[in-house]
Design a protein around this ligand. Sequence first.
Ligand code: NAD
Length: 490
Amino acid sequence: MTAGIKDYWQNFIGGVWVDGANGARIPVENPATGQVIAEVARASEAEVDRAVAAARACFNARTLIDMRPMARGRMLLEIARHMEAMAEEIALAECLDNGKTLAGGRNEAMAAARYFTYYGGATDKIEGRMIPLGAGYVDYTIPAPFGVSAQIVPWNFPLQIAARSVACALATGNTVVLKSPELSPLSCTFIAEACRRAGVPEGAFNLICGYGHDCGASLVGHDDIDHIVFTGSVGTGQSILRAASRRVLPCVMELGGKSAGIVFPDADLDQAAASSAIGIFSHAGQVCSAQSRLLVHRSVHDEMVDRIVRRAGALSIGPGIEGCDLGPVISAAQLDKVEGHCLAAQQAGAEAATGGRRVDRAGHFMQPTIFVGVRPDMQIAREEVFGPVLAVQPFDEPEEAIALANGTDYGLCAGVYTRDLRLAHWSAERLVAGQVFVNEWFAGGIETPFGGTRRSGYGREKGQEALLNYIQTKNVGIRIESGAGGRPGG
Ligand code: NAD
């Protein structure tokens, strides 16, 4: 259907590429044109069963756990090598089914490979403890994998997000069933191909693509999974938590955000404006950690707004394949939702300093939008839009800025723009967020722990902390001397 990519993409179960039941398929659209570009095999309950069974068999055979950790690490490094080798194909897939530029797609490929490299280097550094119990006893802990890890990812950064969870799971000896997003499923397929080429044991990694309401719900409700990693919206997360509660499954929840940057009057305004534009317009604002709110000291409010409006005006809007700065949002429904938020903001009294409407062209393009006159009670100040829409509010005192920043139900990221280190530190301590950026939105990397507070979820991905979500401590207490009696007070 589109030159350069395959027409049809299969699922990967037990080390083999497979179709959906009765040949069922899901059409995949290019959001920059609205045209169907490919189809992906549609997994339903039967494929979920098969994928979970394959992962269970591999886990029970202890294939990954009994490998020397160093060998498991080398396996992950091999996956990374194959991902890098496929970077151009991955970039094109990300460009065509997700709306990224080719450069952005390459970045996704290299970041995904980096997760396998990073956690590949960690496999032989995951250690237990020896706990002294006095004479006659030896006690130690084992960092044990959970078993079959069911993982569900969203459409905005499916490859990177999948890579961070899959790499952690395999590094710690879990096996994985990954459900890719139905709207942008193509790039996750390359993880499966890299696993195949790297000789990853059959069943250690399985990929299925299906709709959330049947495939996703069957996976998280399955009786033979041991662990859930979910990245997506709050509503879906809540329904997954209800399913998980039935079997008391441990979960990692990476959910939405409404993150605020604070511009103090001493900030380098040019730097703050550049960073803010990146923070809200990258990937058309479809970023969980987007800087979707900006709180600006009243003395620099108008100047700051002017600067970001100018940056918004300089963005080229169009398909990623043409290298445009601002690509499409993922679907017609998402465009309706984003524009609906803008209309509601205007009806509530906010003023669009720029943008506020869809772009009149084929595909799903939204104007870069900046709202001023935003009150804290407005929907535009409280709810995640997931589009290129920034809500700006003035403040007078630092305490007020912190209260406004902390004033939503979310708590994913927050940011501070100031030259005053004391003020930056004071703010970082008070902001309710899993990650605080100072003078650069998105400052961080694969090495830095990432995750939410409040409705943004719990658990941490990325960095060394993430490994803790994929292991559970087992304590082994040994009495090494024979004789009657036990230890009092145990
Ligand atoms: P979504 O919740 O609609 O879908 C996410 C995934 O869940 C998809 O694969 C979907 O098929 C699946 N799903 C849907 N219903 C399901 C169900 N009942 N049971 C099981 N699975 C189901 O989210 P989305 O629209 O794809 O992504 C956007 C959201 O993701 C935003 O809220 C964004 O903030 C969040 N997000 C969070 C992070 C993070 O790391 N915190 C990263 C990226 C995106």
